[in-house]
Ligand binder design. Structure first.
Ligand code: PLP
Length: 515
């Protein structure tokens, strides 16, 4: 690319001229070496770059300018010999190499190379992507990085309530065995009672599944629901695990827009316009990561109406439902849809500051008759993973009952509330940056005036900020946001650290122009 004078965005544009489709994030993954392109993509890239496909595939360092791109590469993949291929059909003979494995010659020795499965080709999870990798590299060199990138409360001094730890300690000796695959009775009972308080209809003990975090259950549901080509509506921006798991399962994520002009609420007209005969479900993230939005009842009713009209399943990720500010109330969408099949996700990672213990759950509610077969699939996958982490299940009852220490964080004088007030003002005070005030969770998703700063690549922006100020943020592209004009700030760090970060950001923006 360097030799041809091409930027990543040029490749995206040129791919269209060649009749292909190439996403910006795909190019950035290939360029950073995180993902190897599929063979058809290699051919397309080779044509655009006017180089030999086998050279491109070899993953060699860039050639010096006088080298011929079609020169034989030291690591060129050699096909398995015909004899080894036919021998593989016999059970006693050595297995043949699959297409995802190859023999590489390195001098006189032969090395077998293992490649990741092609299922992962289009799976992206940039919350821990190239910018974070670069920050880790810098840290390894001894540089101090100010991190505004992870929604992990513990490292920022948000401690697990003492009672929760004491209870786990006491119960640990009784947690040696597998539990029921859905979870311990005590945990599920407490979750059921919580579901009752949130007015989820038609929920019994069988409707509740615990998981190693909501993360495991998102993956489980996508695997159970989606066949190749099935579509699922997912917000943009999103918490990218939803898109990643839908893609991994063979489904097609279709992104609907959340409207910054309207407090980042889902754009109902856009949702409606994206429903097709292949759409099976809609995902909402409420309260939202990365925008911090909290959806009002009318918006939820609008989504229910669309789901009802097109017979869609609703997945509602509500992991931040207790982190709501300004005296607002969180409404579970499932409570508004007793006639539809809904799955509501929550857990203790954020509200109880125990992301590392790994405990989340999902609650099936509403019309389960239409989902009998899908529920059998869920049960099968739940049984296959045996059970979720039992010590973490053992504290669900304690955590959900009684005094909720999180409440103190989200009111004036509480750390999350005060830090939100500060970060919101500090960001909006920077010329060229604007941000909608978040109502919940601990994220803010500011907009950058890209013209002012000549920004065409948000990952580059994040890298430039990291290199100059050692402040780590995640660019909007990590949340499946289509334009290079946003980034996410996690405002969990203590006030003094946040202040230092915001001052550095303001200074950086006062002179930054992307090359
Ligand atoms: N859903 C959302 C919206 C999140 O932001 C996160 C974590 O950041 C998760 C799910 C994953 O949570 P868990 O720790 O329960 O796997």
């Amino acid at each position: 690319m360097r030799e041809r004078g091409l930027k990543q965005t040029d490749l995206v544009r040129l791919a269209g001229d060649y009749g292909g489709r190439l996403g910006k994030s795909q190019v950035s993954q290939y360029a950073s070496g995180k993902t190897m392109p599929r063979p058809d993509m290699v051919r397309l890239l080779a044509a655009i770059l006017d180089v030999d496909a086998s050279w491109l595939e070899s993953g060699d360092a860039p050639l010096p300018s006088d080298a011929r791109p079609d020169a034989p590469s030291a690591c060129a993949a050699a096909p398995a010999s015909p004899s080894s291929r036919s021998a593989a059909r016999h059970p006693d003979s050595r297995p043949a190499l699959s297409t995802s494995q190859s023999i590489q010659s390195q001098g006189s020795t032969t090395m077998r190379e293992f490649k990741k499965s092609s299922k992962l080709d289009n799976v992206l999870y940039d919350v821990r992507g190239p910018v974070v990798d670069e920050a880790s590299r810098m840290e390894a060199e001894g540089k101090r990085i100010l991190k505004l990138n992870i929604g992990n409360p513990a490292p920022f001094g948000f401690r697990t309530p003492d009672e929760v730890i004491a209870d786990m300690r006491m119960q640990l000796p009784d947690c040696e065995g597998y539990s029921d695959s859905k979870g311990l009775f005590s945990a599920r009972k407490a979750i059921m009672q919580y579901a009752q308080l949130k007015h989820l209809p038609n929920v019994d003990m069988d409707s509740i599944y615990t998981g190693n975090g909501v993360s495991e259950l998102i993956n489980l549901c996508m695997q159970a629901l989606l066949d190749t080509g099935d579509e699922i509506l997912i917000p943009s921006p999103d918490y990218p695990l939803w898109t990643a798991c839908a893609t991994l399962s063979g489904g097609t994520p279709v992104h609907y827009v959340c409207d910054e002009e309207a407090e980042w609420y889902p754009d109902l007209a856009d949702i409606e316009s994206k429903v097709t005969s292949r759409t099976k479900a809609i995902v909402i993230i409420n309260p939202n990561n990365p925008t911090g939005a909290l959806y009002p009842r009318e918006v939820l009713e609008g989504i229910v109406e669309i789901a009802r009209k097109h017979q869609l399943m609703i997945f509602s990720d509500e992991i931040y439902d207790r982190l709501v500010m300004d005296g607002e109330e969180h409404v579970s969408i499932a409570s508004l849809a007793p006639d539809l099949f809904c799955i509501t996700f929550s857990g203790l990672s954020k509200s109880h500051m125990i992301a590392g213990y790994r405990i989340g759950w999902m609650v099936l509610s509403g019309n389960k008759r239409c989902a009998k077969d899908f529920i059998m699939g869920i049960n099968m996958l739940s049984n296959m993973r045996l059970c979720s982490n039992v010590p973490a299940q053992s504290i669900v009852q304690t955590a959900l009952g009684g005094h909720q220490s999180v409440e103190g964080y989200v009111v004036p004088g509480g750390r999350i509330y005060d830090q939100r007030e500060y970060v919101y003002k500090a960001l909006n005070d920077i010329p060229g940056i604007t941000a909608v005030k978040p109502k919940a969770a601990f994220y803010i998703f500011p907009k950058i005036d890209v013209k002012k700063f000549n920004i065409t690549n948000d990952e580059q922006f994040a890298l430039d900020l990291l290199h100059e100020k050692r402040v780590l943020i995640v660019p909007g592209k990590g949340f499946n946001w289509g334009q290079p004009d946003h980034f996410r700030v996690v405002y969990l760090p203590r006030m003094d650290v946040l202040q230092e970060c915001m001052e550095d950001l303001a200074d950086f923006m006062s002179h930054y122009r992307q090359a």
